[in-house]
Unconditional design. Structure first.
Length: 360
């Protein structure tokens, strides 16, 4: 008996689906998930197929790999071509296409690029390779940003002069604000559980207050997601938009103050580009001046090729919930997980990857 079995019971799922159908009463509603783990879970467990036709689920920019701009990938590739550089990154970043190459292709050409599972592993590599400038490609939302912040604190404490971070971290609230101001009608958000464990649920209150959009922080098992949808449907029918937490076993209103403090000590907000979407004000994190000694972009200048976007790729539209992956002419033909055209097909949390794996 696994602890997760209770969250995957078919009979309970059917009951929740029936309750959703009864509560929705045929009223059209559109809910967006902004977490790649939710995107995969919704596809894997056939959540859409359990819902009434009036309730639609669309995917937002919840995959950090997918929203990392081409220019950042191109810079990492350019850095990897330097003789004294070691690039370290999480595995999902390897196949993400830049303008003319990828980290995976550069590794095949002999560049020193290594997949790590944590910044602790990266710091170990830094100490073991004093003749190398070891650069960690820092990609992710509020979930992973604290761990990268701690690594910079450790580098400062230990005086690791050959450790650097190429920072591409982004934060969720300003992206959700930009989506809410757009022309895609969103009745409610399935809010990210991982991010919210760090930030707390209060960061979404402006969405209910200023935009009248319902919010429920959800767990990742099928019953978690179905219960969250039922909570959203209830809010919409009652015309009572608010922020609720379904994932109470992990998330609190205030989140993790220690992790928040670490991020604030090391990073500062700035206007950041999201791939396929554009610049969103105050949505990125960059390294503060006190830690710029370890900022790869500041300390290691490199000529970066002219950024190019793949012709015909609709990843930007997919990330805004404007189109579904099968509407892209590349999907499943010229764009597959083995030969991706855009980042949404690369990541294990990408919307196109989820559709390819479970709906094709």
């Amino acid at each position: 008996m696994k602890f997760i079995d209770e969250f995957r019971q078919g009979t309970a799922a059917e009951k929740l689906a029936t309750q959703i159908n009864r509560k929705a009463k045929g009223r059209p509603m559109t809910f967006m998930e902004v977490c790649g783990t939710h995107t995969m879970a919704i596809a894997r467990y056939g959540i859409r197929e359990l819902l009434p036709q009036s309730v639609s689920l669309i995917s937002g920019p919840g995959c950090p790999v997918c929203v990392t701009p081409n220019q950042t990938i191109d810079r990492a590739i350019a850095l990897s071509r330097q003789p004294d550089i070691m690039i370290t990154t999480f595995g999902d970043m390897m196949k993400v296409p830049g303008s003319t190459s990828s980290l995976d292709l550069e590794h095949a050409r002999g560049r020193d690029i290594r997949v790590v599972t944590s910044t602790l592993e990266c710091l170990t590599l830094t100490r073991e390779n004093p003749d190398k400038k070891v650069i960690f490609l820092g990609v992710g939302f509020e979930t992973t940003a604290p761990t990268i912040a701690v690594s910079l604190m450790e580098a400062q404490k230990s005086d690791l002069s050959n450790y650097f971070v190429l920072c591409a971290h982004k934060t969720m609230p300003h992206a959700m604000k930009a989506l809410s101001e757009g022309d895609v009608k969103i009745n409610g958000y399935i809010c990210p559980g991982h991010v919210s464990a760090i930030t707390g649920s209060r960061i979404y209150e402006f969405l209910a207050r200023d935009f009248g959009i319902s919010c429920v922080v959800a767990g990742f098992e099928p019953l978690d997601i179905l219960q969250s949808i039922l909570m959203l449907v209830t809010q919409v029918q009652d015309e009572n938009p608010q922020v609720e937490i379904q994932y109470t076993r992990v998330v609190t209103p205030d989140g993790n103050p220690s992790a928040q403090q670490v991020m604030d000590d090391v990073f500062e907000p700035y206007d950041s580009e999201w791939r396929g979407i554009g610049v969103i004000p105050e949505s990125g994190l960059r390294i503060r001046k006190a830690f710029q000694q370890w900022d790869a972009e500041v300390q290691i200048p490199v000529e970066v090729e002219l950024t190019k976007e793949p012709k015909g790729c609709l990843c930007g539209q997919v990330l805004q919930g404007r189109v579904k992956p099968p509407q892209c002419s590349h999907f499943g033909k010229t764009c597959t997980p083995d030969n991706p055209v855009g980042p949404c097909m690369v990541s294990s949390e990408g919307t196109c990857a989820a559709y390819f794996k479970y709906h094709l």
